[in-house]
Design a protein around this ligand. Structure first.
Ligand SMILES: Cc1cc2nc3c(=O)[nH]c(=O)nc-3n(C[C@H](O)[C@H](O)[C@H](O)COP(=O)(O)OP(=O)(O)OC[C@H]3O[C@@H](n4cnc5c(N)ncnc54)[C@H](O)[C@@H]3O)c2cc1C
Ligand code: SF4
Ligand code: SF4
Ligand code: SF4
Length: 385
């Protein structure tokens, strides 16, 4: 069996098959919704089956037990504000860097393309902070991580559940001297680089100026009302909550996500990660004494290794142990993939004819009632400061 048996609906683009193929028979090209998928050149293939052995779809990791779960937030308000939720990731990363370890995560690179990069010092960590709702390309970071582990180094890898499963599959059972920690997040799904690039162009046309900075979850108006802050070369900026952002509306409605996201096999502790982070949505109602307007996270510990990393960073957090039923009451994405809604067909047909942005505008049109609700939300937001 080779990776050609992986249905394109399941492939999550971990890139492992291409990395291990000894004859370079595997390449990636854009297919459905401009996401990249693997192709095999059968003239070059020698049927060694190496690709099959590292594919997280063909070799799924075992479901893990949940050891502990916490409501959690970073004690440093500055770090909390720079992070999307409760600033868990940054504190874990600081602990690894303090021991001369290496931290991998997703950063905005040239032209707002999102890539996994290695961070070696604390002053560069800001690049990984904050969620980027675009598929991050891994390049050959799994091979780099393998080499560091062979040298006995400590590595923290942070990514989506499918990327975590991909890394486990890539490393296999080889015994190494180094220590690897994997932290993932509750994942709603992922949008294509292409769509985000079109969105940037759309914003630039609107403002007649180049976008020079983009933050998906700026917290000027607090965590619950966090949203994109966009700065332009001409000094103007845009700032609106997530639920008003056109690109994010499409995301929340499940339009145009990678096919594998609608049937995601890596949820429900099936990613092989040591720790799982997420937004603790509903904290203001479920744990009002713990709630913080700058953000609150939930943290799941799946392994002893995860517990070891958590203990190293523990003094940087305020924590309260709680059951996962409470913590994930409004966050079922921990367990179940997002349903592909009926609007998807309409969106895709229109996108083919008129392009993504026009299709998003038409599909996400607000009803009268929604417009009224938005008006009151805006008013509330204005009163925040
Ligand atoms: C695409 C995506 C979907 C998400 N969906 C949900 C959800 O449905 N429910 C929920 O509770 N939480 C979701 N999250 C997670 C949440 O937004 C926070 O990132 C998480 O709670 C950690 O917050 P933090 O404050 O500790 O750290 P932050 O500083 O916000 O975390 C940043 C970490 O996320 C990683 N990261 C950022 N963007 C990407 C990317 N494109 N690909 C891979 N890794 C990335 C970085 O490497 C870094 O390690 C999602 C995040 C992303 C990126
Ligand atoms: S079977 Fe071997 S040669 Fe063929 S595509 Fe897979 S890794 Fe490459
Ligand atoms: S999931 Fe990864 S290894 Fe499997 S086919 Fe897709 S890119 Fe290749
Ligand atoms: S929903 Fe699943 S397949 Fe989609 S990006 Fe998240 S972890 Fe990967």
């Amino acid at each position: 069996m080779m990776v050609d048996s992986v249905d394109s609906k399941e492939c999550c683009l971990c890139g492992n098959c291409k990395l291990v193929c000894p004859t370079q028979a595997i390449t990636f090209s854009k297919k459905e919704n401009n996401f990249f998928y693997p192709n095999i050149d059968f003239e070059k293939c020698i049927e060694c089956n190496k690709c099959e052995k590292v594919c997280p779809v063909l070799k799924p990791v075992e479901q893990q037990d949940l050891l502990k779960s916490y409501a959690i937030k970073n004690k440093e308000v500055d770090e909390l504000k720079k992070s999307s939720s409760g600033g868990v990731f940054v504190a874990l990363a600081q602990s690894v860097l303090a021991e001369n370890g290496i931290v991998y995560g997703a950063a905005f690179c040239e032209d707002f393309k999102v890539r996994h990069v290695a961070i070696h010092c604390e002053k560069e960590l800001y690049r990984l902070q904050g969620s980027k709702y675009v598929q991050s390309k891994l390049g050959d970071v799994f091979e780099e991580i393998k080499q560091y582990l062979r040298q006995g180094r400590t590595v923290l890898f942070s990514g989506s559940p499918c990327q975590s499963a991909g890394l486990r599959a890539y490393l296999g059972k080889e015994k190494v001297d180094g220590v690897l920690y994997i932290v993932d997040f509750i994942c709603h799904g992922i949008l294509s680089e292409n769509l985000f690039q079109e969105y940037i162009k759309y914003l630039e046309n609107r403002r007649k100026s180049k976008v020079i900075s983009f933050c998906f979850r700026d917290k000027t108006y607090g965590w619950v009302d966090s949203g994109p802050k966009i700065e332009y070369e001409n000094g103007k900026n845009d700032h609106w909550p997530l639920y008003e952002d056109l690109y994010m509306q499409g995301y929340f409605q499940g339009l145009c996500m990678r096919e594998s996201c609608y049937t995601c096999a890596f949820k429900n502790y099936c990613s092989g990660s040591d720790l799982t982070m997420g937004d603790f949505w509903g904290a203001e109602q479920l744990m009002p004494d713990f709630y913080d307007k700058n953000g609150v996270s939930l943290l799941c510990i799946q392994t002893r290794r995860g517990e070891e990393l958590f203990n190293k960073a523990k003094e940087k957090f305020i924590i309260q142990e709680e059951t996962i039923e409470v913590l994930a009451k409004y966050n079922q994405g921990l367990f179940y993939p997002f349903n592909k809604g009926s609007k998807n067909v309409f969106f895709n047909e229109l996108a083919q004819k008129e392009g993504y942005m026009k299709a998003l505008e038409e599909t996400c049109k607000l009803s009268r009632m929604e417009k009224i609700k938005r008006f009151y939300r805006r008013l509330k937001r204005k009163l925040y400061i």
